[in-house]
Design a protein around this ligand. Structure first.
Ligand SMILES: Cc1cc2nc3c(=O)[nH]c(=O)nc-3n(C[C@H](O)[C@H](O)[C@H](O)COP(=O)(O)OP(=O)(O)OC[C@H]3O[C@@H](n4cnc5c(N)ncnc54)[C@H](O)[C@@H]3O)c2cc1C
Length: 352
């Protein structure tokens, strides 16, 4: 298990509501995660990491999500961008960006939902690129991206040709002329995550920013990492809700105790299955099983939040005295709609 920095966890406990409901702590969050040395976890040694197994990064996400899903999702965004970069054949770009990403000086934003949906036949590409002598000229938009920190970010985007096909993947620096970061989206939860849209108006990007020339090859390769890491989000949230449910029951015999124990056991078994399948690489060969685990993660979290509600009773609906239940209910709602959404997962599983 990764040892988590107790100072960071205490800070998250003190600021979890704020991170969920406003933007006051948004710009400092990444630096705090970096100070705790979390971005080196499960990154290859030659790229500045600790070379741990992939499940160690899932453990970090789960540990953060127990305290604040906003923090866990910002960690995921940074780590997902780093995973894109680490899979890139463009080693110059990797070496140029990795040190700042590892230290939280640069924020990485994976703006790839559109491309994932495009590959699934569910959307058209929203960014078009025209080749120039030394790169590409871009127009379009990214509807959603997290970790668009105001001090600076780099976003991973998919760029189609003039026919809206043959996407490639680029890293888009925040200060390229023609890039506009919109104001934060008016979210119901996770407001401290720097989540906004981007507009691209005649952005000239050199070829040195290309992550991969073929998104159709690159994205299916990176998707298991994105999805595997996301499983930690629901794991951590489920553990937090079950702990709150137990605290509410306060050791008294309850009609709910059996369900709490059973869900606890389910979560432990889930964690073991996920970790062994990620670490021995077998889940990469079994995409259906990975998608089923990803879908199950949402159910575990929502079942745990439902048990927390039942254990708290009416107190759960008190605005100022619900012990974090209201935030966790909003966080659980987010898990159902983050790409791949529950609807997309159901579609993918039907096709598999
Ligand atoms: C706080 C927050 C942060 C986010 N951060 C990022 C980010 O960093 N990067 C990023 O790229 N995106 C991000 N997103 C966007 C998000 O991950 C999803 O892309 C988006 O919320 C889901 O798209 P959608 O609304 O079209 O829902 P979908 O679930 O795709 O679409 C809903 C509709 O489509 C239908 N549908 C879905 N799948 C199928 C199918 N297979 N067959 C038939 N019909 C189907 C459903 O029935 C439903 O009617 C973020 C969102 C939130 C809320």
């Amino acid at each position: 298990m990764v040892r988590m920095d107790e100072t960071l966890l205490a800070w998250l406990d003190a600021h979890a509501e704020e991170l969920d409901t406003n933007t006051a702590e948004a710009d400092g969050l990444l630096a705090r995660l970096a100070q705790a040395n979390l971005f080196t976890v499960a990154v290859p040694e030659r790229d500045g990491g600790d070379a741990r197994a992939p499940s160690a990064a899932v453990d970090v996400i789960a540990a953060l999500a127990e305290h604040s899903l906003s923090a866990a999702f910002v960690f995921w965004a940074q780590r997902a961008f780093m995973a894109c970069l680490l899979a890139s054949p463009n080693r110059d770009l990797v070496q140029r960006l990795m040190p700042d990403l590892l230290h939280g000086r640069l924020a990485g934003a994976p703006g790839l939902s559109n491309a994932m949906k495009f590959l699934g036949g569910l959307d058209r590409l929203r960014i078009a690129g025209v080749p120039t002598p030394d790169g590409v000229r871009l127009n379009g938009a990214v509807s959603w991206a997290t970790n668009l920190r105001r001090q600076g970010f780099v976003a991973a985007i998919a760029v189609g040709d003039e026919h809206g096909d043959n996407p490639s993947v680029f890293a888009l620096p925040h200060d390229a002329p023609g890039v506009a970061r919109e104001p934060d989206l008016d979210l119901l939860a996770l407001r401290g995550t720097n989540t906004a849209a981007l507009r691209l108006d005649d952005v000239a990007l050199e070829a040195s920013w290309q992550i991969h020339p073929q998104a159709r090859v690159f994205l299916p390769g990176i998707r298991p990492t994105f999805v595997g890491l996301q499983c930690g989000l629901g794991l951590g949230l489920a553990c937090a809700s079950l702990r709150a449910a137990r605290a509410a029951l306060d050791g008294r015999p309850s009609v709910l105790s059996g369900e709490v124990d059973a869900l606890d056991a389910d979560i432990a078994a889930y964690r073991r299955t996920l970790a062994s399948g990620l670490d021995d690489g077998s889940l990469r060969e079994r995409p259906r099983d990975l998608l089923a685990l990803r879908l199950r993660m949402v159910a575990l979290a929502s079942d745990a939040v439902a048990l927390e509600l039942q254990a708290l009773g009416g107190r759960a609906l008190l605005r100022t005295d619900n012990g974090g239940y209201a935030r966790r209910a909003r966080e659980a709602a987010f898990l159902a709609v983050v790409t791949p959404t529950v609807a997309q997962l159901k579609g993918d599983l039907q096709r598999c």
